[in-house]
Design a protein around this ligand. Structure first.
Ligand code: ATP
Length: 514
């Protein structure tokens, strides 16, 4: 575990050193859980967003996009339930003065039982070799059964306390299981309190009685309140979807793990409107479709898993997370939720406007049901960064750090490098760069040795380096170096556009999805 933590620290440091992610307001000592994207980070982030946007709106006839405002009428958040229920239970340790989410402390305790069980299984698997029957072992081994019983007992009690909003029992669980503060090591806890995660601000001058408004904690409500506008003006017929990418804000109690949990972040959400009764069929469709989108990036199929929700939000009738294997364990990157007709019905009720769809095939009107796919741009960014990072030993005391980004989302697609800074090579290199820059993000670099320049490009994940040497002036060929294999081939300048285009274009990813 400690080793993984070190790897993660190294990745965070690399992200800063190479212009991917900076702490916000760093020269003022930073603002907690807020981050800025640097010159390479913004390119990677934009490419991830483009991949999602085009997969949604270009590959589906029946999905259109919108861009709604961050400020919305405050009653929207009353209708959606966020004013009353968008809370996390918090608890303070009186000695360390640190604040924690009570549910997370208990979930970590549950995970400890899982770890113990997995350790027993791994030990037995090693002992029995090929003849090991894992399912049988889990069902019969007394130690595993005892851990499982304790885990389930805690889980059931925890789920009940959460569902009943029983804050006293959440605290009692923490005391009964002797959960200590990881910093002070003590059990000197305050009571558990609810904490609303929405940021508030004021709109209009205070003299006129300013209106209290919220920074949206999710982009989805901007879609729901525009449902009628889009359906009517776009003459959309059910089933259809509305996609949106935008900022969301949550006053997270404990913000940790770099850009995994931020107070200002970005979401890519799609609400898919369907006939009542058909929602579970579409839920399954979107579960599979979204996993395919992730896997097409080629980060490793084994790094993904579904986590179906046992405890469902009051409005949902099915929910699953797509989890990705981060250096700190499998973590949620995307949620897929069957939200029934809860949101649209609530907005009907609170706005007094009819929000219904007339279904010409059924000859009846209804409030559509909704399947939501909701993914965090920043978490997606983090999963790409972590899985692509490699500190590679090249033998003979040589090493490099390389980011194996899928070429279509790499921040820089190619670098043009004159071998030396004289003899007309820089001019030729500039000419080649100028030809390529209309199609690809393309850098020019003439400083330092060619080896150092290759390393700099490896460290930001540039898939191709194009080296211009004296031979280029004679026969119009260059050396094309591929990032991962480091293989070099001689190619004609006139072929560069085609060779690069085939491998770095977003189309190559999108084509895998249809
Ligand atoms: P978590 O349980 O981790 O707090 P959540 O279940 O509240 O997440 P959703 O409300 O389903 O998350 O939001 C959808 C997606 O938005 C998440 O899958 C995640 O990728 C992203 N997201 C949510 N909260 C944050 C945050 N504080 N920072 C960065 N991304 C976030």
């Amino acid at each position: 575990m400690a080793k993984q933590e070190d790897v993660f620290k190294t990745i965070v440091a690399h992200a800063k050193e190479y212009g991917f992610v900076f702490q916000s307001s760093e020269i003022y000592d930073g603002l907690s859980a807020v981050y800025d994207y640097g010159q390479n980070g913004v390119e990677l982030k934009n490419n991830i967003k483009r991949y999602w946007w085009e997969a949604m709106t270009m590959l589906n006839d029946n999905i259109v996009g919108i861009d709604s405002a961050i400020f919305m009428h405050p009653t929207i958040w009353k209708a959606s339930g966020h004013v009353d229920a968008f809370n996390d239970p918090l608890i303070d340790n009186k000695d360390s003065k640190k604040r924690y989410r009570a549910d997370v402390l208990i979930e970590d305790e549950i995970a400890k039982f899982d770890e113990k069980i997995n350790k027993e299984v791994a030990k037995a698997a090693k002992r029995f070799g090929d003849s090991f029957d894992e399912a049988m072992f889990r069902q019969t081994n007394p130690r595993v059964l005892e851990h499982t019983r304790k885990r389930d007992e805690l889980h059931t009690r925890f789920a009940k306390a959460m569902n009943d909003n029983d804050l006293a029992d959440l605290k009692q669980i923490i005391l009964d299981y002797e959960i200590v503060d990881p910093i002070s090591g003590t059990r000197n806890w305050t009571d558990v309190r609810q904490f609303n995660l929405m940021f508030k601000t004021e709109m209009g001058s205070t003299a006129d009685g300013a209106m209290e408004v919220y920074l949206r904690p999710e982009t989805a409500q901007g879609i729901f309140v525009n449902y009628l506008n889009v359906q009517k003006t776009g003459r959309m017929r059910i089933p259809f979807g509305i996609a949106q990418i935008g900022k969301a804000f949550r006053n997270e109690i404990v913000a940790r793990q770099f850009i995994f949990r931020m107070r200002e972040f970005e979401q890519m959400e799609m609400q898919f409107f369907v006939r009542p009764g058909e929602e579970l069929k579409w839920f399954d469709h979107w579960r599979q479709t979204r996993l395919r989108w992730h896997k097409a990036l080629g980060l490793g199929d084994e790094k993904y898993r579904f986590h179906d929700h046992e405890k469902l939000a009051h409005y949902a009738n099915a929910a699953t997370d797509i989890e990705f294997q981060m250096p700190f364990g499998f973590k949620e990157v995307e949620g897929i939720h069957s939200r029934t007709n809860f949101d649209l019905s609530q907005h009907e009720k609170f706005s007094g406007k009819k929000i219904q769809y007339f279904d010409p095939e059924l000859n009846e009107s209804y409030v559509p049901y909704v399947i939501e796919t909701s993914i965090g741009v920043d978490r997606m960014f983090l999963s790409v960064l972590c899985s692509c990072y490699e500190a590679q030993d090249l033998g003979n005391g040589d090493s490099r750090v390389v980011l194996h980004f899928p070429a279509p989302i790499a921040p820089v697609k190619c670098a043009v490098l004159p071998l030396v800074k004289k003899d007309g090579l820089p001019e030729k290199a500039r000419e080649i760069q100028h030809r390529l820059r209309f199609d690809f993000t393309c850098q020019y670099d003439e400083k330092d040795s060619i080896g150092k320049r290759y390393r700099r490009q490896d460290a930001i994940g540039t898939p191709y380096c194009i080296t211009v040497d004296h031979q280029t002036l004679e026969d119009n060929t260059v050396t094309l170096r591929e990032r991962d294999s480091m293989e070099q081939s001689r190619v004609n300048v006139d072929d560069l556009q085609r060779i690069l285009g085939d491998s770095v274009s977003l189309n190559s990813l999108l084509r895998k999805l249809v």
